[in-house]
Design a protein around this ligand. Structure first.
Ligand code: BG6
Length: 480
């Protein structure tokens, strides 16, 4: 019914993020019947593009696998329209509002409007103001989806937050961290809180250390100009990895309601001391040894003397009864040997051990690629030997859930917005607490121009990495 219907308004509709992520995600939802009936999608951006051309561009980024999907894509494209206009001018926004109203009249009254801001930070504030003043509806909910960067440090993030809060209520704002939409990140709470045998050992008595790792085999690929202003700590660690950490470490929320969940996450963040330079290892990639891949400083947008890190490892301590003294080691880097995001929980040594050469237990949650949960444990070597060997209990999704297609993170998150569920979105106080952990360090790195260690494109990272991880307690292999 019209009661359930929605208009999704994509701001920055002619940009990379919209074509790469937003529209394909919306199509994914449509295809699987998750878009409410009578949903329409209005794109908005500065460029003048003919509707046909716009739809062609949308479809060029969407893969269809069969005739049925081809037909669905046609239906989906028919829902997509486009309005051009600027981000700081009332007239343009009124034109957008008229277009949305027209659709509304045709269908007979929309309730909700979702505004997806796929926009660069420079136009963020004027656009959010224009939308609030001219495109806001009184007949239903208004939801504003925003993407990082949410500032560069505590202060700039606060400024941005205040500017946004002049026009929008916190309740209407959905801050995306797309890692919170990934299947295995969404799985973490169930693993912890719906299993006796994980829940029981999830504390400093049984867990020795936790590593959360993000690796990417690609460099900045011409995006260096943008990246150089931020660096890997802001690009990945302060948001994606710290969000994962907060779910790994949080106490059990009272209920699954968004506010209960986020109350617990923010407590973890507030219990972490700000980082200092002694807690981190920084790296920057050089060209690959075969000369095929360029170094970071060769990216056109990057200043030749840039000290911006493209790799960072850092150790965090959470001052709480559960985690006191347990190192959480976060690592992230571009231009490394592979793509991999994983969470590795390493358990304590066996007390009073009687076996030679045993390794610590580990629980690994592989976020990507090839989603998996596996447990490394000691087992008797089969046969006439009585040695203990490391073995694995392995839940590989591709094997175990063969018929399930894991949705893209954006699909899952946009669906949450349509439902009004904010549990997987970042609250303002979480964002503030996250910035407070990193701001002194970031300022010091920039003030003192601290030089990152070099590592070759395609390598495992800076040479000091193993020593760093071991210094903070991770034990690579058997033997104690
Ligand atoms: C983005 C970063 O937030 O995440 C990019 O800005 C990075 O630099 C990307 O490549 C990684 O996301 P994913 O989903 O491909 O792991």
């Amino acid at each position: 019914s019209a009661e359930d219907s929605m208009v999704v308004i994509v701001l920055g509709a002619s940009g990379d993020l919209a074509f790469k992520k937003t529209y394909p995600a919306l199509f994914g939802l449509y295809k699987n019947s998750f878009l409410p009936p009578n949903t329409d999608i209005v794109g908005y951006a500065r460029s003048h593009i003919e509707l046909d051309e716009f739809r062609k561009r949308i479809s060029s980024r969407i893969k269809v696998n069969n005739e049925k999907e081809q037909q669905q894509l046609k239906e989906f494209l028919a829902k997509c329209t486009y309005v051009s206009g600027s981000y700081d001018d009332a007239k343009s926004f009124k034109k957008l509002n008229d277009a949305v109203d027209d659709i509304q009249k045709r269908v007979g009254g929309y309730r909700h409007r979702v505004f997806y801001m796929a926009l660069p930070p420079s136009v963020f504030i004027p656009a959010s103001k224009g939308l609030r003043e001219h495109v806001y509806t009184r007949k239903g909910n208004n939801r504003l989806i925003v993407e990082k960067p949410f500032g560069k440090d505590t202060e700039s993030s606060k400024e941005l937050g205040h500017a946004l809060a002049q026009h929008w209520l916190e309740d209407e704002i959905y801050r995306i961290d797309h890692y919170l939409g990934k299947e295995m990140v969404k799985n973490l709470m169930i693993l912890r809180f719906a299993n006796v045998f994980f829940g029981a050992v999830w504390n400093r008595q049984y867990i020795h250390n936790v590593q959360i790792t993000f690796k990417e085999p690609i460099g900045t690929q011409g995006r260096g100009g943008y990246f150089d202003e931020f660096g890997i700590i802001r690009d990945i660690m302060q948001n994606h990895l710290l969000q994962i950490l907060s779910i790994v470490a949080m106490e059990k929320p009272v209920t699954l309601d968004a506010e209960d969940v986020r109350n617990e996450k923010v407590k973890v963040l507030r219990a972490i001391q700000p980082l200092t330079v002694d807690d981190v290892l920084l790296g920057q990639y050089t060209g690959s040894p075969d000369g095929k891949e360029p170094g970071y400083l060769e990216d056109k947008g990057v200043p030749k003397d840039s000290v911006t890190p493209t790799f960072a490892a850092a150790v965090f301590y959470i001052k709480s009864e559960r985690w006191d003294g347990v190192p959480f080691i976060l690592k992230c880097g571009k231009a490394l040997d592979q793509q991999k995001t994983e969470i590795r929980v390493q358990f304590q040594d066996v007390a009073g051990n009687i076996y030679p050469n045993i390794a610590r237990n580990e629980l690994v949650v592989r976020v990507q690629p090839e989603e998996a949960v596996y447990m490394k444990f000691m087992n008797k070597k089969p046969g006439l030997s009585s040695a203990a060997v490391t073995s694995e209990l392995d839940l590989s999704y591709a094997k175990r859930y063969q018929d399930v297609k894991i949705p893209d993170a954006y699909e899952s998150l946009i669906l949450d917005v349509l439902k009004g569920d904010k549990a997987n979105f970042v609250r303002d106080d979480e964002l503030d607490a996250a910035w407070k952990i990193f701001t002194p360090l970031l300022h010091q790195i920039e003030r003192e121009k601290i030089k990152p260690e070099q590592y070759a494109f395609g390598s495992r990272g800076p040479a000091g990495l193993n020593a760093f991880v071991e210094k903070h307690g991770y034990r690579r292999d058997a033997g104690y």
